[in-house]
Design a protein around this ligand. Structure first.
Ligand code: SF4
Ligand code: FES
Length: 327
């Protein structure tokens, strides 16, 4: 087994009181097999070089989710990440999760993350929409999202959480999908109404970071897209996000191209458009105001064929399946 000497650049965060930190980068050299995990390296550093280095770990088997941290530019599980796969010129940079408050060094305060999960009522509710039969198709939908280990990797690397701290976040939304897609759940519409409110399912910008970093292949963004589809199917179409999506759908289906001139008005209404008047005037000055006349894409017939195929073969088979209609 080949060994290498790696330089670990670790972010040290020392609380100095009143929520402030002394933040600095400290380097440690560690020699270990290329297949060793980052967690083993951190343990080695803590045992032999600096006992004050603080980080979380428990299962060492990618099950408990406690060792999630930023490693070489992405949030990963330290116990699942081999040093050889993330070293750049034999240097590995390690820091705490982002979008979460730091407690010390690599340990973060996970409470705000779980507070978001609690907001989606993560338990089955009895109610009028409860079905008695659980089909294999419906189970498969639920099964994928139940793989979540609540590690927080998706929230840490979520670009929307970075700019909008009120955003519910990918893990909580995936958890909510777990219940909305469960035939036994009795309050699906109530859940979708909550999710249609600002900062919930329509705030995702679909950057795909959550899908990329999730160590359990939960694919939170796919769950969010399915939640949106279900919300629209339930007639929850009055929010900005829903109106924006429907305006896109309408333009592309009719013309194969967006009418950006009217898109804002159709998404945020007159009040929202007037609020952005300053930006519009700025764009106008720069000659960047789009034409008010809809432009039809070439080969529109080809596009319509795609729509026909999708309408006959919906991607979200479970949503449309008659077999999950409550009995
Ligand atoms: Fe971790 Fe994936 Fe669950 Fe997010 S969805 S908390 S990345 S397991
Ligand atoms: Fe449990 Fe890494 S220590 S997931």
């Amino acid at each position: 087994m080949s060994e290498e000497t790696y330089t670990f650049r670790i972010q040290r965060n020392t609380p100095t009181g009143n929520g402030r930190f002394d933040t600095r980068w400290q380097e440690f050299k560690v020699t270990l097999p290329t297949t060793s995990t980052v967690l083993s390296a951190l343990e080695e550093i803590k045992a032999r070089q600096d006992g004050t280095l603080t980080f979380r770990q428990s299962c060492r088997s990618a099950i408990c989710g406690s060792c999630a941290m930023r490693i070489s530019g992405r949030t990963r599980l330290a116990c699942k990440t081999q040093v050889g796969s993330v070293a750049r010129d034999k240097v590995i940079e390690v820091g705490p999760q982002t979008n979460q408050p730091v407690l010390k060094d690599l340990a973060i305060d996970i409470r705000p993350f779980f507070e978001r999960v609690r907001r989606v009522d993560p338990f089955l509710k009895d109610g009028p929409e409860s079905a008695k039969k659980v089909t294999k198709t419906a189970y498969d939908q639920v099964n994928q999202v139940t793989q979540c280990i609540m590690c927080g990797c998706c929230y840490s690397d979520c670009t929307m959480a970075e700019v909008s701290p009120a955003f519910l976040g990918p893990a909580a939304l995936a958890k909510s999908f777990r219940f909305v897609s469960d035939p036994r759940e009795g309050m699906k519409t109530e859940r979708l109404e909550f999710l249609s409110q600002p900062d919930n399912m329509w705030s995702c910008s679909r950057c795909t970071m959550c899908v990329e970093v999730c160590p359990k292949d939960v694919k939170p963004m796919e769950a969010i897209v399915k939640l949106r589809t279900r919300g629209l199917e339930k007639g929850l179409r009055s929010g900005v996000g829903a109106r924006h999506a429907l305006a896109f759908h309408e333009d592309i289906q009719q013309n194969g191209d967006l009418n950006e001139f009217t898109l804002m008005m159709r998404s945020v209404g007159l009040g929202g458009t007037l609020a952005e008047l300053g930006s519009a005037l700025h764009l106008m000055k720069k000659g960047k105001i789009p034409s008010p006349f809809p432009h039809k894409a070439e080969k529109l017939g080809e596009l319509r064929k795609i729509y026909d195929i999708l309408e006959k073969n919906p991607l979200d088979v479970e949503t449309k399946a008659a077999e999950i209609v409550p009995e």
